[in-house]
Design a protein. Structure first.
Ligand code: NAD
Ligand code: UDP
Length: 310
């Protein structure tokens, strides 16, 4: 089995790559290091089943030899990153998706797309199920990411319907764990690194907005199953942990877990910050036999250790 992972040097890509290599599969990893780091994959270079190509997937892609599965993860994922690179974000989840889908068609490979809970936007239903169509402002500040993910999903389904390609769409909810960048702007690195330094934790808005955090170990297992299980062509599956928590409560939990003397600093809300987000994961349970196992308190332990070591 030979797998192509785009965005392999990123947070999720590097962990997923390890999972395939563990099973003795071959992985070709592509990345341009826009938001990822060579350090995330440096330890894999000694593995003869791992081959890395430094490449921008916005350009036409060709690789030699067979490819059985393509997992398209390349894309800035943190709101700070995608707002800093708005056009790149739109290119990598349009042209990059098109190029990788074209390669999948050529190689007769299965295709897994890393979509996001952001396709649900300011969700009007709660929790979010896969059959909810979302509520997205097409010209809002987050639209570069949301609309690119929605376009990519539509493109995947077009390849499935027109060419019979075996595509699967993972709608990933907030994921955390080791290898997140300290300054990537996401809430976990922001809160944990400040708590460890005893600095105030910046809470945007009144902190009542919620998120549901999935540990990387669980997410990788879900993506791994979605990539390998037979009979899932055209399926869209939420992957996340339904344990919902407010951002204020998260801040207090992190202060407790790190024995920190930090306080909370309330800042103006981020524009169009989704007020509630929580996945319904019944479909993943039914189709993949998957559900998250790592609770927030437990999952925060190795994440805090990671930020201590940085
Ligand atoms: P990340 O920023 O750590 O990783 C993305 C990787 O893609 C980086 O290594 C980056 O250098 C690479 N990349 C970006 N543009 C590229 C290009 N043009 N060519 C080649 N490589 C390129 O982000 P992540 O958290 O690992 O997210 C991975 C995927 O999962 C993204 O598609 C993201 O939208 C999706 N996702 C993540 C989360 C989450 O909570 N982490 C939630 C929803 C969806
Ligand atoms: N957030 C915060 N302080 C920070 C970073 C984020 O209060 O330093 C809040 C943010 O406003 C949002 C939530 O935490 O409500 C999650 O933000 P993140 O950037 O991690 O990802 P999002 O889920 O918004 O894509």
């Amino acid at each position: 089995m030979r797998v192509l992972i785009t965005g392999v040097a990123g947070f999720i890509g590097s962990h997923l790559c390890e999972r395939f290599l563990q099973e003795g599969m071959q992985v070709v990893g592509m990345d341009n290091f826009l938001t990822g780091s060579p350090q995330n994959i440096a330890h894999l270079f000694g593995d003869r089943n791992f081959h890395f190509i430094h490449y921008n997937v916005v350009n036409y892609i060709y690789i030699d030899g067979p490819v059985d599965v393509i997992v398209h993860l390349a894309c800035p994922a943190s709101p700070a990153d995608y707002m800093a690179h708005p056009i790149h974000t739109m290119k990598v989840d349009s042209l990059g998706t098109l190029n990788t889908l074209g390669l999948a068609k050529l190689k007769k490979a299965r295709y897994v797309f890393a979509s996001s809970s952001e396709v649900y936007g300011h969700a009007q239903v709660h929790p979010q199920r896969e059959d909810y169509w979302g509520y997205v402002n097409p010209v809002g500040p987050r639209s570069v990411y949301q609309e690119a993910k929605r376009f990519s999903e539509a493109l995947c389904m077009a390849y499935h319907r027109e060419h019979g390609l075996d595509v699967r769409i993972a709608r990933i909810f907030n994921t955390y764990g080791p290898r997140m960048r300290r300054e990537d702007g996401r809430v976990m690195p922001s809160f944990i690194s400040r708590a460890l330094r005893g600095e105030p934790l910046p809470v945007h808005g009144d902190g009542t907005q919620t998120r549901s955090f999935c540990h990387i170990e669980d997410l990788v297992e879900g993506l791994f199953k979605l990539s390998l299980q037979e009979g899932l062509a055209g399926e869209v599956v939420n992957l996340g942990n339904p344990e919902e928590i407010s951002i204020k409560e998260l801040a207090l939990e992190i202060i407790r877990l790190t024995n920190s003397g930090s306080t909370l600093e309330f800042l103006p809300p981020r524009p169009e910050d989704p007020p509630r987000r929580c996945p319904d994961v019944e479909k993943a349970k039914k189709l993949l036999g998957w559900s998250p196992r790592v609770g927030l308190k437990e999952g925060l332990k190795d994440t805090v250790e990671w930020f201590k070591r940085l």
